[in-house]
Design a protein around this ligand. Structure first.
Ligand code: ZN
Ligand code: FE
Length: 252
């Protein structure tokens, strides 16, 4: 595979990703709330960072944008509607735009619901989706600036229509608590029960500090096929059902 994807644990449970085009050595950073762990990783692998990419404007996904942009001399990309609130934004993206990382390309999907300007980056050749706080493993983001109908469109009609074998790289390590909720709402679902057991074992051996997390304790990426089997929000039949689940999860 020509796009190497490094998972960098940041803050308490965030994922920052370093994407390296192996053919050219050119790289991009996705969702960086703090600079130091990203700079260390970039220096240790010798990648040349050409873009700083953001899925949305929340500080736990983009607070380090200005520092990284200055350090690497790189533009900052995010949704065009977030120009006044996404730190360091230089290049506004819209649905259907294409972003190049070396020889690899990503399509932009606009998936407003968690925030109005939330986007996902879809690398077709690499079969990788960077879904931020919209689609999590076994969950979805809170509806801060959108409706259940908007999240239903984002999950079922946009991200969910991508091929089953695409990998889902989301913004947080929330998988275990999401699966506990999933098992609560779908107690008969074998795929959820089995994944919860597997994830509990992985997470039981986690490092005391998330910054020191080993690859073995990371439950990301999953695949869209796994999400169709285990994610109650993706499995919701309509916006009303998704809305009920989201309200219940907020109180769970
Ligand atoms: Zn967020
Ligand atoms: Fe977040």
């Amino acid at each position: 595979m020509a796009l190497r994807i490094e998972r960098i644990p940041t803050l308490r449970d965030n994922y920052t990703y370093l994407l390296v085009c192996e053919a050219t050595g050119e790289a991009a950073v996705v969702d960086a709330p703090e600079a130091a762990p990203v700079v260390r990783r970039v220096e240790s692998c010798g990648a040349r960072v050409r873009q700083v990419l953001s899925t949305h404007h929340h500080p736990d996904h983009c607070a380090a944008n200005p520092e990284l942009a200055e350090r690497f001399g790189a533009p900052v990309l995010g949704h065009v509607s977030d120009a006044d609130r996404l730190p360091g934004l230089t290049t506004g993206l819209e649905e259907g735009d294409v972003v190049r990382v070396g020889a690899e390309t990503a399509r932009i999907l606009h998936v407003p619901a968690h925030t109005r300007g939330h986007i996902a980056y879809v690398f077709d050749a690499a079969k990788a989706i960077f879904s931020g706080d919209t689609l999590f493993a076994a969950g979805c983001g809170r509806l801060f600036e959108g409706t259940p109908a908007m999240m239903f469109t984002a999950l079922s009609e946009k991200l969910g229509r991508l091929p089953d074998d695409y990998r889902v790289f989301c913004g947080h390590e929330y998988t275990e608590s999401n699966l506990r909720f999933a098992a609560h709402v779908e107690p008969e679902n074998r795929a959820i029960a089995e994944k919860l057991e597997r994830v509990r074992k992985l997470r039981a051996r986690r490092a005391a500090d998330w910054h020191d997390a080993a690859a073995e304790e990371m439950t990301i990426p999953s695949t869209l096929a796994e999400e169709w089997a285990t994610n109650p929000f993706l499995r919701a039949r309509n916006a009303a059902e998704l809305g009920r689940l989201r309200a219940e999860k907020d109180r769970f």
